[in-house]
Design a protein around this ligand. Sequence first.
Ligand SMILES: Cc1ncc(COP(=O)(O)O)c(C=O)c1O
Length: 421
Amino acid sequence: MVVWARIRKDFPVLNQLYEGKSLIYFDSACMALKPVQVWEAMEYYYKYLGACGGAGRSTHSLGVETSQLTEEARVKIASFINARSQNEIIWTRNATEGMNIIAATLPIEKDQNIVTTSLEHHSGMLPFFKKCQEVGCELRLVDAKPDGTFDAADFEEKIDDKTKIVSFVHASNLTGTIAPLEDVVKISHEHGAWVVSDEAQFAPHNKLDVKKLDVDFSVLSIHKACGPTGIGALYGKYELLEQLDMFLVGGDVIEDVVYENGKITPKYLPPPHKFEAGLQNYGGMMGAGAAIDYLQKIGMENVHNREQSFSKRLLEGILELEKFEVLGPLDYKQRAALVSFRPKSDVMNHNDVTEYFNDMIPHHKILMRSGNMCVHPFQYQIGINPGKGEGITRASLYIYNTMDEVEIFLTELENFAKALD
Ligand SMILES: Cc1ncc(COP(=O)(O)O)c(C=O)c1O
């Protein structure tokens, strides 16, 4: 049994008064808070190791232990998403870097195309847009429906035998949509296309099984999964990672650089080290391993079930007020644990909501994010104009939130709504 009150104690930031008020953290879709276990793992590295890792680099005791602990953390990530081997896991700075690695190193010809959707985070879209501009190939967009859901048939229309890769967000950070990834993988594979799934919002909250999904690549944002900032991971089927070109080159990615007759011939390492040039964020990797241990101990099914009960109430509570436009599907079962909304009235906008909850309610600070969440195209599609400063407020939940916090938020939102009359 998970003692949720105990979990909350692992996050000291929530157990303090900030400017004299209690904090309610509703911004985990941007950045999750970090439990004490994560910074203890990092502290161990910085206090007692501090050396470099990497295959065959520093063979003294501190170097060996650093390599050992970071490779153990890689194994933990592999097991967390059910990859076949730790060699399918590449350390990155974040999900964005993972997408950029794939786009930059993808072998693609001018007459081929890349498919993505209007609901992607810019990180899942722009690296492929850039690649298409460079190569001269076509970028095809599947429009999400106005409620943020997808029709598999729309993918069938856009994916053909010339499609090299499909980039698809598994859980949207804007609408909360849980996407029909299985269908898209099936359609893509029928045409010989690869699929990269953006797991930044799905993996921290659900059991992700890349083997079962048969997805070809996935990007993870470990800072959204209780891990340290500046660390992420890229998963790829090993045989496909082998087919990708080099990304950054330099130290740590080579077996040898032969020098003969005035010419150099580099011999590169196989994946995953092929993609990890230069000294790495060893402390961050150890923190990432601790974050995965932490989530695994709770159990991803428990994480999902608890969040879903809160997000049901959150969604229904906001809708009941009838004063706010809510983005995304209205069935909580089709959604991640977040709700993006904006006042229907022109009296206040999305920024006013965020400011009000941060500064103006008694006893609490409810911390949310407002803006466009790096998903501009879908907002243009549904009539929100980021270019004119329009946007939404997003409340997003995680393991340390409580139903009491959701109720406090809804009571305060009702008070706020009175000012909209
Ligand atoms: C769905 C989605 N994809 C990608 C990203 C980018 O993640 P990162 O900050 O790890 O690069 C985010 C961040 O908010 C996201 O929500």
